[in-house]
Design a protein around this ligand. Structure first.
Ligand SMILES: NC(=O)c1ccc[n+]([C@@H]2O[C@H](COP(=O)([O-])OP(=O)(O)OC[C@H]3O[C@@H](n4cnc5c(N)ncnc54)[C@H](OP(=O)(O)O)[C@@H]3O)[C@@H](O)[C@H]2O)c1
Length: 312
């Protein structure tokens, strides 16, 4: 691993290119997933020096954590993996609610530890905010878990700026994870500057806009009706048409630089304030390996503003 970076204020070192594991046993997210293929994604990542693994209780539910944990154990060197997981979803009969109460989070961390088969979690995120719990109290519970050695760093996800400020009242937040990609750039207004000024790593999710920013789709592409892209607004009608035109412009920049579109896009995020880690998802091990080429892309200031301009 050549180029390591650090998560927020922690001392946890990661390869900036991580792996999102919602397609590892994430049966409630993608149809017809093969679990062995999912484990191969994690195996390939660890073999290739990708150590930052992003999972969550709700992927599966439970299976992504279980399968990821199995591969980390099989790998044998626990300290080489940086496991990030998330909790907040609570099943109440058929309904799912978010719960950030200290008691719930403490129980959720213990259950994640069991599913992962490990005695510490490197980064634990509150996956979604609830409506009731003061965010500094929720993070206070995670701080206690950190002091107890059960987690090594603290994250929040899908928090607004106000919620992040409240969560970080005592300065304990290391990472914020939010949706951010070239099509969805609201975070530039508020979360990114706050994260930069407060030494918080911003991890963008859906960095490839679920594959649209890889440049491999066209007007004829269709998706299974259970695939999230079949319903995503980015993939519908005239919007989809316009989005493909923007991606075409990226293709000509990529061609000139002799790099691939996904790597150009992922490298662009790493130039944004507070973003020093990315967690693209993958469906096969070639994609896992392929995304490591991101680290070979050198963007000039001109490239950065040209890409910025296409998606403004
Ligand atoms: N905190 C949250 O609430 C939250 C929400 C969503 C996601 N996440 C996290 O963010 C991670 C990333 O999001 P995501 O996986 O949903 O979407 P994504 O990273 O935007 O897109 C990943 C998809 O792009 C395609 N792809 C990836 N690398 C490629 C390559 N090199 N060449 C060609 N195609 C490639 C694959 O899809 P195909 O092969 O099918 O085209 C892959 O499944 C998730 O795994 C999860 O860990 C977090």
């Amino acid at each position: 691993m050549e180029k390591l970076t650090v998560l927020g204020k922690s001392e946890i070192k990661i390869n900036p290119v991580g792996l999102g594991t919602n397609a590892v046993g994430g049966h409630n997210i993608y149809p017809n997933l093969d679990e062995e293929e999912g484990k191969n994604l994690v195996r390939t990542a660890l073999e290739q020096g990708i150590n930052f693994l992003d999972t969550a209780y709700i992927y599966g539910p439970e299976r992504s954590e279980e399968l990821t944990g199995q591969v980390v154990r099989e790998h044998g060197r626990r300290e080489e993996a940086v496991i990030a997981t998330k909790g907040a979803h609570q099943f109440k009969g058929e309904d799912v609610v978010f719960n950030n109460s200290p008691d719930f989070l403490k129980q959720a961390v213990d259950q994640s530890l069991q599913r992962l088969g490990t005695d510490y979690i490197d980064l634990y995120y509150i996956h979604f905010p609830d409506e009731d719990t003061p965010k500094d109290e929720a993070v206070g519970a995670l701080k206690e878990l950190k002091d107890a050695g059960k987690i090594r760093s603290i994250g929040v996800s899908n928090f607004s700026l106000e919620q992040l400020k409240e969560a970080n009242k005592d300065g304990y937040v290391d990472v914020i994870q939010s949706e951010y990609n070239l099509f969805k750039r609201e975070a530039e207004e508020d979360l990114l500057p706050y994260a930069r000024d407060n030494n918080i790593t911003f991890v963008p999710y859906f960095p490839l806009a679920s594959g649209l920013l890889t440049g491999k789709y066209d007007e004829t592409t269709t998706f299974d009706k259970d695939d999230l892209r079949a319903k995503s607004p980015l993939f519908q009608g005239e919007t989809y048409h316009k989005n493909l035109e923007k991606v075409d412009k990226l293709k000509s920049i990529a061609q000139k630089k002799e790099v691939k579109v996904p790597h150009l896009v992922l490298a662009w995020y790493l130039e944004q304030p507070a973003i020093n880690a990315i967690i693209p998802g993958a469906k096969n091990k070639e994609q896992v390996k392929d995304n490591l080429h991101t680290l070979e892309v050198n963007l000039t200031d001109e490239d950065i503003s040209e890409i910025d301009h296409i998606f403004k």
